[in-house]
Design a protein around this ligand. Structure first.
Ligand code: SF4
Length: 138
């Protein structure tokens, strides 16, 4: 496990045409914009894939949470292919499985139910973010 830096990189997959890809992105935005704006850093998965220096530095120096839209686990695999350990890996669908009353819809943009599920998922990930950032209990 990496030494906590006070920051955590959240990396959703680039899911196109899949509702759970859209959900993965929305969860990441919720974490970065509402739940833990001072802690969570986002970067583009393609930048990691092509070995962009800044993106590589981000995922190398900070703990990484990947959120994938389907079992292909593109975000998780892409980080590992760079030789970087993933601290926590989630599939967006697992949040729907835990909250069956919130079935997301929409591909380019989630519907209201999907946005509610994303907000709830981000709230549930807050503790993991705090722990990885070394800020547990604040
Ligand atoms: S994990 Fe699934 S939804 Fe996400 S980019 Fe890969 S194939 Fe697309």
């Amino acid at each position: 496990m990496k030494t906590p830096t006070g920051k955590v990189v959240v990396l959703p997959c680039s899911g196109i045409g899949k509702v759970y890809g859209a959900l993965a992105r929305e969860i990441a935005y919720e974490l970065a914009e509402r739940v833990r704006p001072d802690v969570v850093l986002l970067t583009c998965l393609p930048l990691v894939v092509v070995g962009d220096e800044q993106a590589k530095q981000l995922v190398t120096e900070n703990p990484v949470i990947t959120i994938d839209g389907c079992p292909m686990n593109c975000a998780h695999k892409s980080v590992e292919l760079q030789g970087v350990e993933v601290a926590l890996s989630r599939q967006a669908i697992s949040f729907y499985v835990a909250h069956k009353d919130l079935k997301p819809d929409g591909v380019a943009e989630l519907d209201e139910t999907g946005r509610k599920l994303a907000a709830l998922a981000a709230d549930e990930l807050a503790l993991a973010v705090d722990t990885l950032a070394g800020k547990e209990g604040i």
